[in-house]
Design a protein. Structure first.
Length: 351
């Protein structure tokens, strides 16, 4: 029996080579050039093209099964829990975690994408879950945006949503100290400080706040301390309050200059003499500048002559009559120990 079937298949294959070809396990049906391959059932009958498990039916290289699935498939549907409109209102700094949701009637997975508008800065859309998350920015704004839900067949549904952000009043906690006035700003606050106080919260008492010239602080680098007509081999940056030596000038034309790096409110200066008892200044002047070119005199007790240290070790502090705005300060010797040279060590106070 098996031999008869094989023989029959061979005879058919040989007789109708251009129409039916059996090449186990494949069976190919074809027509001559410009001909037609016709599958025709009897009256009232049907023609079925039914692939086996894991098989497919192709027409002109198109997977017929997938084509039919795509034609019959329905677009995604937004669920009630993600209705079009506002997804919520959040305060600046609050963590945002909301979701949009669509379902595919055919049960396939959904991909979410932003197609218009903008999410609040600092938040992102998870394309797989539809979750929008992140930290709310510090600004009053309503963010409207469009999101597209797409299924595996490329069918989609669009939704328009919004998130409201309310700016936080940064002054609610009364951050300004010592009578400072708070002004709210985006993501921060600004304090307007009364006289004598500074810092971002008016927490600093300016006339006792050393700006870092002294040897114990050294926040002002050596490169920002210079001298003119220096006597001997000492360095200008040795002129730091509390240093083991000091700076010595040649005469009244000499000066020691401190560059604060930026304009500051300066309230006072302090001086010591040089380490030797022969080198100290009895009086001096301070000239100051914001640009390093034009210098003016500062005053203390109504005079441009400020009192210096009476010996090399004592610290003499002089308060200006009013705060000065300065980046550069020059200490100019006026009188000093007889028979010596003007020597000093300095610190500057301010905010």
């Amino acid at each position: 029996m098996a031999k008869s079937v094989i023989l029959l298949a061979a005879l058919i294959s040989s007789a109708l080579a251009s129409f039916l070809e059996v090449d186990y396990p494949n069976v190919n049906v074809s027509a001559e050039r410009n001909g037609d391959a016709i599958f025709e059932a009897g009256a009232g009958g049907s023609v079925f093209l039914q692939p086996g498990a894991g098989g497919t039916v192709y027409i002109n290289k198109t997977d017929l099964k997938k084509f039919i699935e795509k034609v019959k498939s329905l677009p995604p549907i937004w669920t009630k829990r993600s209705q079009h409109g506002s997804l919520g209102t959040f305060l600046s700094g609050q963590y945002v975690q909301v979701s949009v949701e669509a379902v595919d009637p055919d049960g396939s997975s959904i991909i979410y994408s932003l197609i218009s508008g903008h999410l609040p800065p600092g938040t992102v859309l998870n394309m797989t879950t539809g979750e929008i998350s992140g930290r709310a920015p510090d600004i009053d704004a309503e963010y409207s945006f469009g999101i597209r839900a797409t299924d595996i067949h490329g069918k989609y549904a669009d939704g328009v949503f919004s998130i409201d952000i309310r700016e936080k009043d940064q002054c609610l906690s009364n951050p300004c100290m010592n009578g400072g006035t708070c002004t709210d700003d985006l993501g921060q606050f600004n304090c307007s400080c009364p006289l004598r106080y500074g810092g971002n919260k008016c927490q600093t008492v300016c006339d006792v706040n050393a700006l870092g010239v002294s040897n114990s602080l050294k926040t002002i680098p050596d490169a920002q301390i210079s001298g003119h007509l220096t006597f001997g081999s000492n360095n200008p940056w040795d002129g730091r309050l509390g240093s083991s030596t000091g700076w010595v000038g040649n005469d009244s034309n000499s000066w020691l200059q401190v560059d604060l790096g930026e304009s500051r409110e300066v309230y006072a200066v302090a001086t010591q003499g040089y380490h030797s008892t022969s080198y100290y200044i009895s009086s001096f002047t301070v000239t100051y500048s914001v640009d390093g070119n034009t210098f003016v005199y500062a005053t203390a007790n109504g005079s441009t002559n400020l009192k210096g240290s009476s010996n090399y070790d004592m610290i003499q502090k002089e308060m200006f009559d009013k705060p000065i705005k300065a980046r550069f300060l020059r200490f100019n010797p006026v009188t000093w120990h007889t028979g010596g040279h003007p020597g000093l060590r300095v610190e500057v106070y301010g905010c």
